[in-house]
Design a protein around this ligand. Sequence first.
Ligand code: DC
Length: 227
Amino acid sequence: LNPKINIAIDGHSSCGKGTLAKYLADQFGYRFIDTGSMYRAVTYAISKENIDLKDKDAIKTLLQTQNLRIEPVENQHKLALHYKGEDISEAIRMPSVSNQVSQVSEIDIVRTYLVKKQQEMAQSKGIVMDGRDIGTHVLPEAELKIFMTADAKIRAQRRFEELEAKKVNITYDQVLENIIFRDKTDSSRDINPLIQAEDAKILDNSSLSVDEQNSIAKKWVDEILSH
Ligand code: DC
């Protein structure tokens, strides 16, 4: 029987990290943890309460109350995300949250709070975790680290089509602008910015199909497990 490994997937916004992570989790019977959804959930709660991003005390209090619940669910790839009892897993995908989440993820107390939760969730191994700082900071011991990217215009087109299908009122240019803005803030923030871990394998899927990208990554896992 193979011992379980942890897989860290980092990369730019909207380049399909979640799609790859879910595929690998299904293939190997692992649990997928989407850390972006955790930053989005905190962003949702902060904006719901109209908290000023400079008001550290208010943010601290918000994180200490039990109003925001972020919990793994057995046999599911989604975290359970609730605010004051309301399921917010759809609401966190809306542009109002996307537009604020990069600023919220620059706040040190938010990062410390979420990184601790993420490390606890990964203790049991058999985790596929995606984010920005997983291979560099959250799980530096992960057996496989993947750094994903794709051309910004291609990412914007993919995300635009997804939002359009959900009837979200947004233009391609607005989606592209948000992606470029998030790339910049994610890579330039002071604490745990998005950078490629030295030992990460790069996966640029600009001209790869989902199947092609999945099979490249699956081979990487197979190689590690066969040793
Ligand atoms: O993966 P996503 O687009 O849902 O992530 C939303 C935001 O959260 C992203 O703009 C940056 C932030 N984030 C982060 O700072 N660190 C992580 N590990 C995951 C996400």
